[in-house]
Design a protein around this ligand. Structure first.
Ligand code: C2O
Ligand code: CU
Length: 471
């Protein structure tokens, strides 16, 4: 009896380690100044032989990576060939409100939208995704999302890997919930399937040199605690809005929905070895979506959250297989990057306070919408009128039992402090999303330059898409 059990256990362990690895899909690219994006219904085989209904851009799932040059005037045609109204938002980019693609700038089914703007952002990793009120989660979960890589002269002058698909890879990390017929369930708190660039059990051949990864947490709700197998060191070089002052040697990097990070991994001398990019979610304290308990208190439940093998455990995200060097490899991690200078705190014109609270108190609060300053989103109400060029401190207190990734359009901000303490170095760059834990106050400073618009507002919201759609 005992022997049988032991054998079963060994068999199970072997099966797990033999899980098929699928070469990760690398999205195609579009570059130049004219971009055509066709939003379309699709079908995609996440699982061999089974068609899943999806949405994609110029294809069945996800969308092409848009490569833009700072200073260029770009002209984008978005054709909505879906059966539903939607919008496309350029997350993290500094564009005028009418070009920003928020919920007020919707594209009816069968119609087109033609935003045009000058790329004013620093070199970095941005992304695009739908933003229709109450439908954002559905449209993103079914597959609409893509990278935007902005290039500039400052970045070009650095010795960094930048050959797309060779030593510079975009990786969008997402979890989804599939039903018994392998169709995507949305909304859901039972997202137990992890994928990178729409590939389940992904692997990637990487050259034995310094390689750059542009990580995006494109999940609806889940937070990741990024690390490498064997706790290998990696180097963060960029935050949401571009490069840091200098590379940061890290073994962990927390990434909430909407956040991006550019990292370097030095695979020099490791040919033939495998390295896993992981999430060390076992280290999360309760009160984070991805921890053992999503609420701060153990008795708080979230429908569908348990059981789920991704909650509160460490798991692999993607396997890197180290292969031969390329002919012109980058072999050193640079010592400095660009100059990033935060606004001095004394320069602020105003401090605004925002308070996140549950709409229903008590142990069931995670299953209900959340409020900002006691109110929820209304398409017809503009909550803040900001004088152009204002420098502002926003002080945000999370009075709910779950961490919320706060996001604001139009600007990049600098985090001043978390509960009065300077943020970790990995949060000291330009940011547009910041995770605010239960009972935490986060203060940031930013300036609202260049664009003012009376009828079309910019959005501020939680980037957990279920909370966003909840208003
Ligand atoms: Cu990534 Cu308001 O969105
Ligand atoms: Cu939230």
């Amino acid at each position: 009896m005992k022997t049988t059990k032991l054998l079963t256990l060994i068999f199970l362990l072997t099966t797990v380690s033999l899980t098929a690895q699928n070469p990760v899909i690398i999205p195609g690219t579009l570059s130049g100044t004219e971009f055509i994006l066709n939003l379309q219904n699709g079908t995609f085989q996440f699982y061999n032989g089974t068609n899943t209904t999806t949405m994609g851009v110029n294809g069945h799932i996800l969308g092409p990576t848009l490569i833009m040059q700072k200073g260029d005037f770009v002209d984008i045609t978005v054709n909505n060939n879906l059966d539903d109204t939607t919008t496309i938002h350029w997350h993290g980019m500094h564009v005028s409100a009418e070009n920003d693609g928020g919920p007020h700038t919707f594209i009816l089914s069968g119609e087109s939208w033609n935003p045009q703007f000058t790329v004013m952002d620093k070199a970095g990793t941005y992304w695009y995704h739908p933003h229709l009120h109450e439908k954002t989660n559905k449209h993103v979960s079914l597959g609409i999302a893509g990278f935007i890589i902005v290039k500039d002269e400052e970045e070009a002058a650095l010795e960094l890997p930048r050959t797309y698909g060779i030593d510079d890879f975009p990786l969008v990390i997402q979890t989804k919930d599939f039903d018994a017929n392998k169709q995507i369930v949305t909304p859901s708190n039972a997202d137990d399937v992890l994928m990178v660039n729409a590939t389940i059990d992904p692997s990637l051949d990487v050259p034995a040199q310094v390689v750059r990864f542009r990580l995006l947490n494109g999940s609806s709700q889940r937070v990741f605690n990024i690390g490498l197998s064997a706790n290998l060191t990696f180097y963060q070089i960029g935050t949401d809005g571009g490069l840091l002052n200098e590379p940061l040697a890290l073994t962990r990097l927390q990434m909430a929905p909407g956040e991006r990070a550019e990292i370097l991994i030095d695979f020099d001398g490791m040919e033939g070895q495998a390295v896993q990019l992981m999430s060390y979610a076992s280290e999360f304290q309760n009160g984070i979506y991805g921890a053992t308990n999503p609420g701060m208190m153990q008795f708080m439940t979230l429908d569908g959250y348990k059981p789920n093998a991704l909650n509160g455990t460490n798991f692999d995200i993607i396997e890197f297989n180290v292969v031969a060097q390329t002919s012109d490899p980058v072999t050193l991690v640079p010592t400095t990057l660009v100059e990033v200078t935060p606004y001095p705190e004394e320069s602020a014109d105003i401090t605004r306070t925002l308070n996140f609270s549950p709409s229903q108190m008590g142990p069931d609060q995670l299953n209900h919408p959340f409020l900002i300053n006691g109110t929820s989103f209304n398409m017809d109400i503009i909550n803040y009128t900001i004088p152009l060029n204002n420098i502002e401190i926003w002080s945000i207190f999370n009075q709910s039992a779950i961490a919320h990734p706060f996001h604001i359009h139009d600007v990049q901000f600098f985090v001043l402090d978390r509960n009065g303490v300077s943020p970790p170095a990995s949060e000291q760059g330009r940011k547009d999303v910041i995770l605010i834990k239960p009972m935490e106050t986060v203060r940031f400073i930013t300036q609202f330059t260049d664009f003012a618009n009376d009828p079309v507002p910019y959005m501020l919201h939680c980037h957990m898409l279920v909370h966003e759609d909840g208003g």
